[in-house]
Design a protein. Structure first.
Lengths: 315, 300
């Protein structure tokens, strides 16, 4: 999987200015012209597409740095004449949802308190599950796994109400613990699949050698499998962090207004009907909410791609 | 399982005990939540539960009422339109982008980063950005008008006839990067010799793609299709953020219908019936695929 995604080294034919190479005499492949019609079409199309994908980000940034008078006058694509950070401050600390006027910061910290434990719990469970499924199969384990994978395709709406009842019985409905549990449950299929496929791909001799040396289930997990599977842990952390941070449905169903995650609060701020619409504050708030997954994405780079590819295409 | 323990052999149940203990969360999730929860919802969809779930069966009444509700019909129509177009466009655009990326281009990583970053963002963020860009007072419409074309009209979010296309634009922006990545991985998996053979035979590039490469990539297309399709049925956050189902009910979707009936209208039976219909829609997509994929040969 990883191999097929890595960039092929671009041949010497394309790299470097073709002209200078011609003068040194004919060596290697014949260089292609940089401005061939093929290149113009390929790069032109990719460039246009890139602009389409970048415009919303650009509009968000630009709008969030303008004052309201300028927004009313100008168009949304023009860069700000006067850069102001006031919308950002306002979005973070003053924007109102309902009666609370302490801005998105509340939602941010709620989201942190939801995401961090959810990621840890779900990965801990899923990695042990995947390990058991890969190396310690027992009668029926594959059946449970199949149910789990098929369950990943069931629309959440089908299972939400039964979960509400279960959480209410457990006394967790409306609390952050309840939401953490829900995230761990719904992260399980894809995470278990990820870990199972990774552990299956490790050489079996390793496991057998440890068994002969007398190591047990947990010993092999902690002393052999865990240290060897750091990359897959990082991949699944990336997946879970962005996934849980971006969740809206579970947040809105399983928490109360004072524990709403950031996405829910953002939606309430922007789509609230009362008051004058402050588009610059809205866009600053939107950017703030998108910042965490974006940072994770830009920092992780290829690992993110690997994660979604591994999660999507079954190994 | 533990019924017949033979003398001298340890109890079956206790073999591999640690593994079984470690799998308890998975078993509970699979059986109680996924299987149990689904069955529970389907069973209760045949009752007339209102504020609280009650086991008083009324047969198919909830379903009859569901299909008599204009709002449900609208949301199904929206889902059908959105679903078909979204499938066609995201597969086409995703494949075209992947094919372009596969031309041994420079800056491949940069382009990939740009195409995929929207996928890292939530549907809420996506919906709010596009709500702003498509805002008729300030967004695309006003910009084009200020350039001199004063009769230009493009207000998908305020026109109930085309509102679903406004949502489609945002959804494609968010999701095509993923399709591109999957397709690119598929293209990279194609043997280089195929290309060489096609070139030797003098087959033009577009023909090679259309008649050789795409048929070879059938599994990738099928997997991508299933992923996109099951995402389509779920669409909820994007609509909530971008239009809140408006104007009126013009951009309602089944997932929103379910949520509103369960948690606002306090008509649980309707919510359960509607969510069972969603389940049915997913089953229609998944079952043939699972049968094709796993039915014939058994995999470990």
């Amino acid at each position: 999987m990883d191999k097929s995604l890595t960039t092929p080294v671009s041949g010497p034919a394309i790299s470097g200015p073709a002209g200078s190479r011609l003068q040194t005499g004919p060596q290697g492949k014949r260089p292609r012209k940089v401005l061939s019609s093929r290149n113009i079409i390929v790069y032109g199309a990719l460039g246009l597409a890139a602009i389409y994908y970048l415009i919303p980000l650009y509009v968000m940034v630009v709008t969030s740095l303008k004052g309201m008078p300028e927004i009313r006058l100008g168009n949304i694509f023009s860069p700000p004449m006067e850069i102001t950070f006031e919308p950002w401050v306002k979005a973070w600390a003053e924007a109102c949802t309902g009666l609370n006027c302490d801005g998105l910061s509340r939602g941010f910290w709620n989201s942190v308190r939801i995401t961090v434990p959810s990621v840890i719990v779900s990965i801990a469970i899923a990695s042990v599950n995947g390990y058991a499924l890969a190396n310690w199969r027992f009668k029926g384990s594959e059946i449970f796994f199949t149910i789990l994978i098929v369950g990943a395709f069931i629309p959440y709406q089908v299972m939400i109400y039964p979960i509400v009842i279960v959480l209410r019985e457990l006394g967790l409905y409306g609390s952050l613990y309840g939401l953490i549990l829900v995230h761990s449950i719904f992260g399980m299929p894809i995470q278990t699949l990820l870990f199972r496929n990774y552990f299956v791909s490790l050489p079996e001799e390793l496991f057998k050698a440890a068994r002969i040396d007398g190591a047990g289930f947990w010993q092999i997990y902690f002393r052999i499998m865990l240290p060897m599977s750091l990359p897959i842990f990082v991949v699944s952390m990336i997946l879970q962090t962005t996934g849980i941070w971006n969740d809206f449905l579970f947040g809105v169903v399983f928490t109360r207004p004072d524990t709403y995650p950031m996405t829910v609060q953002l939606n309430n701020i922007v789509n609230s009907v009362q008051g004058v619409k402050e588009y610059n504050v809205n866009m600053a708030a939107t950017l703030l909410t998108g910042a965490v997954p974006l940072i994770v994405y830009f920092v992780s780079g290829r690992l993110f791609v690997r994660g979604i590819a591994a999660g999507a295409v079954k190994g | 399982m533990a019924a017949h323990t033979q003398p001298g052999r340890p109890n079956q149940l206790f073999r591999n005990l640690n593994s079984k203990i470690a799998s308890i969360p998975m078993m509970l999730t699979a059986v109680v939540i996924f299987l149990g929860g689904t069955i529970w919802t389907v069973v209760y969809s045949f009752t007339n539960s209102k504020l609280l779930p009650r086991l008083s069966f009324v047969g198919l009444e909830q379903y009859e009422r569901l299909w008599d509700t204009p709002r449900w019909i609208v949301s199904i129509q929206n889902l059908a339109t959105y679903g078909c177009l979204s499938l066609i466009f995201s597969l086409t655009i995703g494949f075209l982008l992947a094919a372009l990326m596969d031309q041994k281009i420079r800056f491949e990583n940069t382009f990939r980063t740009i195409f995929l970053y929207p996928f890292a963002l939530s549907f809420i963020v996506t919906g709010l950005v596009w709500q702003w860009i498509l805002n008729p007072e300030f967004g695309v419409q006003s910009v084009v008008r200020s350039l001199g074309w004063t009769s230009f009209t493009f207000d998908p979010l305020y026109n109930s006839d085309i509102v679903i296309y406004g949502i489609l634009i945002a959804a494609l922006w968010q999701g095509t990067g993923l399709v591109m990545c999957l397709m690119l991985a598929g293209l990279r998996g194609i043997d280089e010799d195929i290309w060489k053979a096609a070139r030797v035979d003098g087959i033009p590039m577009w023909k090679t793609y259309l008649f050789i490469i795409i048929p070879m990539m059938r599994p990738v297309f099928v997997t991508t299709l299933v992923i996109i399709a099951s995402g389509i049925v779920r669409i909820y956050d994007l609509v909530v953020a971008q239009t809140s189902g408006g104007p009126g009910i013009a951009s309602d979707v089944p997932a929103k219908y379910v949520y509103d009936y369960m948690f606002f209208a306090q008509n649980l039976g309707q919510g359960f019936a509607a969510s069972t219909m969603m389940l049915l829609a997913v089953a229609i997509i998944i079952v043939p695929w699972a049968y094709l994929e796993f039915g014939g040969r058994k995999r470990g």
